[in-house]
Write a protein that binds this ligand. Structure first.
Ligand SMILES: Nc1nc2c(ncn2[C@@H]2O[C@H](COP(=O)(O)OP(=O)(O)O)[C@@H](O)[C@H]2O)c(=O)[nH]1
Ligand SMILES: [Mg+2]
Length: 424
């Protein structure tokens, strides 16, 4: 028998209103024990909630969703009560005492939705990102994933591979006879495979979710005293890095997450690059700076134009103090604010090119790896022998199944749901 799970699904109290949810076969019975008669499904009604002794707990708005047409696919009761800490605790305790009811583990409501086919694995991942989204671009991409855009694409690929598989089997049946099933069957088959493969390659080349989740890495580098820390502080809008006129002040790398027009960035300040006169700590700082530069999505270079690394944004800093060199991409003074708007525009333009297009979804590492496996299988399918072809296509479809969670392993699901909050 399935347990009925219980959790506070709204944020931490105190709040004006709290939402407590129950899901499972005992949800309605447990609700009736507190509220008496429940409203008809999908109709809100106010009820007095009482504990076992008949003492009043709260007055609350109740909503019933009957299986399978609910968020989890089970009977669900939603209780909207007053959001005080003691109110929520008392109602939760009274519900938890009902037979068959226990408190939910993190992500357990969503896990049941997955188990009952209310959500696919990719939609669950989208939901997880949606709950974690802190910027507009993160929210839009997560919503696109949650709404099933990727799942629909997978379904198309699956259908194409199914057709190709049928053709391969047909070729197999006729391979030892003279009259081949339509001379162009093999052409059609190869074209189908090529189409799917091109689609997957293009999808893999598109910006990934990690960039969106973790932020675009913007590294500020250059010689000591070029104004790197000052620029970081100006972009971050706070004094995150120490600024002095002494060369070698910044020794470790400093990372500051910021959102620029809804785009997540991580700004990194680094130790100034200079060859001599450095002690051990500064030398380590310089090594870290070089590593950060190699790892940067966008590099802001505050040194000589002639020494700028490839593809970096060449910034002529401290223009109120130092005459800017010709050839710089942007001339600025963090002190006076000159050029800061222009630099933000350059950052935004470069960052957007690295992020999913508006309304597009982005692949997680898991999804990308699963698609790579599909590609591997399709590579195997690219063979003259229809037997090998058919087997490769079967493997490819199996890899697509893994992507939609059709054969998701428990360990993978555990990992995924551990990142959820209780009540979701
Ligand atoms: N006049 C002027 N001085 C600046 C500007 N930016 C930084 N400085 C000064 O240059 C010195 C070095 O700045 P800092 O940000 O620590 O450089 P870093 O070593 O590259 O991190 C400090 O004395 C800053 O006050 C600027 O835009 N104009
Ligand atoms: Mg510094």
């Amino acid at each position: 028998v399935t347990d009925t799970i219980l959790a506070l699904s709204s944020g931490a109290p105190p709040a004006a209103i709290a939402v407590i949810r129950l899901s499972g076969p005992a949800a309605l019975r447990a609700g009736e024990a507190l509220a008496g008669r429940l409203p008809p499904a999908r109709q809100a009604a106010v009820r007095r909630l009482r504990d076992g002794d008949g003492a009043l707990l709260d007055e609350a708005l109740l909503l019933v969703f009957l299986a399978p047409a609910s968020a989890t696919g089970e009977d669900v009761l939603e209780i909207q009560c007053h959001g005080g800490r003691a109110v929520v605790a008392a109602i939760e305790a009274a519900l938890a005492r009902q037979p068959g009811v226990r408190r939910a583990a993190p992500g357990e409501f969503t896990r049941r939705a997955l188990a009952n086919g209310r959500l696919g694995l990719n939609e669950v991942e989208g939901l997880s990102d949606l709950l974690a989204a802190e910027t507009e671009s993160q929210r839009r991409a997560a919503l696109a994933m949650h709404e099933g855009h990727f799942s629909r694409q997978i379904a198309q690929w699956y259908e194409a591979l199914l057709q190709a598989g049928a053709l391969a089997e047909a070729l197999l049946d006729f391979s030892d006879e003279d009259d081949v099933p339509g001379a162009d069957a093999e052409d059609v088959l190869r074209r189908r495979i090529a189409q799917v493969r091109e689609g997957i390659v293009a999808r893999l080349a598109a910006p990934r979710a990690e960039r969106l989740r973790d932020g675009i890495r913007v590294v500020i580098a250059g010689p000591p005293n070029s104004g790197k820390s000052t620029l970081l502080n100006a972009l971050a809008g706070r004094e995150a890095a120490i600024v002095t006129s002494v060369a070698g002040t910044t020794r470790d790398r400093i990372d500051v997450p910021v959102a620029l027009a809804g785009v997540p960035l991580v700004l990194s300040d680094t130790a100034g690059l200079r060859p001599e006169g450095v002690d051990e700590a500064e030398a380590i700082g310089i090594a870290r700076a070089r590593a950060a530069m190699a790892d940067a999505d966008i590099l802001l270079w505050l040194g000589r134009v002639a020494e700028a690394p490839a593809r970096s944004v060449r910034v002529a800093s401290r223009c109120d103090l130092v005459p800017p060199e010709p050839g710089a991409d942007i001339v600025l003074s963090a002190h006076r604010g000159d050029g800061m708007a222009g630099l933000r525009a350059i950052l935004l333009e470069r960052a957007r090119a690295l992020l999913p297009r508006e309304g597009d979804y982005a692949l997680s590492r898991r999804q990308a790896e699963a698609l790579e496996a599909v590609l591997d299988a399709l590579r195997d399918a690219d063979d003259a022998d229809p037997l090998i072809m058919a087997e490769g296509l079967r493997q490819a479809r199996r890899a697509l199944d893994r992507l939609t969670g059709q054969d998701g392993t428990e360990a993978m699901l555990d990992r995924l749901f551990a990142g959820f909050c209780i009540g979701k």
